[in-house]
Unconditional design. Structure first.
Length: 400
């Protein structure tokens, strides 16, 4: 896509803020059509699907925040002048065309498009069928904002495809694709990686762990566990597994207290064999694959570990590489944990719920990347560019 100047991009975003605000009723009506046919048994997906006045306010705020951020395109990264007279300048550049495949959440239609557009990328939006009417309305608003500024609407495209058509598109796209971001569960990610012909940046599952070290502040630990587990079960940064150090003072009593506070919040509990000897009434793990599972539900596994090394190994073997937290007053232990746990975000004495672009100061995010190339963690505006070398010469030729 042709490079646009910052002023015209910001005008489009300003118009989008106004259009969203002026067409709240149309969006709410479209969302209600989606909600009317949705199976509410999947509470996490239902929560992600809902659009209300607060959610619209958040959409408008997301667009505004991106509009107010610096343009990430054409920024100088480095400059070098070689002995042969060549001047080499490395600058940021757009990816080109980004495709995002996502489930349920209409707000992704706002956040993905605003970030891609401000970074001068074309974006192809493949939302789930459960949010069809909501996404259709939001893309209509985007097109109105583009048309108001005499820009082609194909900067932001809505793909209406079923699974088979999506598979065919990934294998043989009808236009150049530079990057695909699947936002969803393991099945979706594997589906995209199997069929895509271009780079895939994985926005991985959660399956987040919290380790309570023997030197933890227990009251803080309970508060953090409850927040991470129950604050928003549909979020990829929610907590799924709690590991308790067997060396902590009052190990058995603390397990009983943890069980009690989780049960008060209606969290169902599954325990490993060691914890089962204390929490005798709780369900014991019957299938080891549960350690790999992201619940997106009021469910939690409690396990016991004998030391820091066992906790780190457990997390690295089973987590989704998203977020992990240690509760400890020992900063040296925390540092070792954080350096050795292989996750996009690691915490000391804090809830995993903070792995979020807005909470981390990045602003709106395209996804939380659990890949290591080209970026890990929240994919904000600055991360939606690649780089490009500009080489200036005066007739130089290479002789070696």
């Amino acid at each position: 896509m042709k490079l646009l100047n910052t002023e015209i991009k910001n005008k489009v975003l300003k118009n989008m803020e106004q259009i969203l605000d002026e067409n709240r009723d149309e969006l709410l009506q479209a969302n209600q059509k989606d909600l009317d046919v949705f199976d509410r048994e999947d509470q996490a997906l239902y929560d992600r699907l809902v659009v209300n006045q607060k959610k619209i306010d958040q959409m408008i705020q997301a667009v505004r925040e991106v509009r107010l951020q610096d343009d990430p395109v054409n920024k100088e990264i480095s400059t070098r002048e070689l002995d042969n007279g060549l001047k080499i300048v490395n600058k940021t550049a757009p990816f080109g065309t980004i495709m995002i495949i996502y489930e349920s959440r209409p707000d992704v239609t706002i956040e993905a498009a605003v970030l891609a557009f401000k970074a001068n990328n074309k974006i192809l939006l493949k939302g789930g069928k459960e949010a069809y009417h909501s996404n259709k309305a939001l893309v209509k608003f985007w097109h109105q904002a583009l048309e108001k500024n005499n820009l082609p609407v194909d900067f932001i495209q809505f793909l209406e495809m079923d699974r088979t058509q999506t598979q065919d598109f990934l294998k043989n796209p009808d236009q150049p694709l530079d990057l695909i971001v699947p936002r969803g569960g393991e099945r979706l990610i594997n589906f995209v990686k199997e069929h895509a012909k271009c780079a895939v940046l994985v926005s991985g599952r959660g399956n987040n762990f919290l380790y309570v070290h023997k030197e933890a502040d227990w009251k803080k630990s309970l508060d953090v566990i409850i927040n991470a587990k129950t604050h928003k079960i549909s979020a990829c940064n929610a907590l799924d597994k709690v590991l308790i150090d067997t060396r902590i003072d009052g190990f058995a009593e603390k397990l009983e207290e943890l069980r009690k506070v989780l049960s008060k919040k209606d969290v169902s509990i599954v325990v490993d064999e060691k914890v089962k000897t204390i929490l005798k009434d709780e369900e014991v793990i019957s299938d080891p694959s549960i350690w790999e599972e992201e619940f997106l539900a009021m469910k939690c596994v409690i396990g016991a570990v004998d030391n820091l090394d066992d906790a780190v190994q457990m997390i690295n073997n089973h987590s989704g590489g998203h977020s992990a937290s240690i509760m400890t007053q020992n900063n040296s232990v925390a540092q070792t944990f954080m350096e050795n746990v292989d996750c996009a975000a690691v915490y000391q004495n804090a809830s995993t719920r903070f792995t979020d672009g807005g909470q981390m100061g990045v602003g709106a995010e395209l996804a939380i990347s659990t890949d290591k190339l080209h970026h890990r963690g929240p994919l904000g505006l600055k991360q939606l560019v690649t780089n490009k070398y500009y080489v200036f010469g005066d007739g130089q030729i290479r002789v070696q």
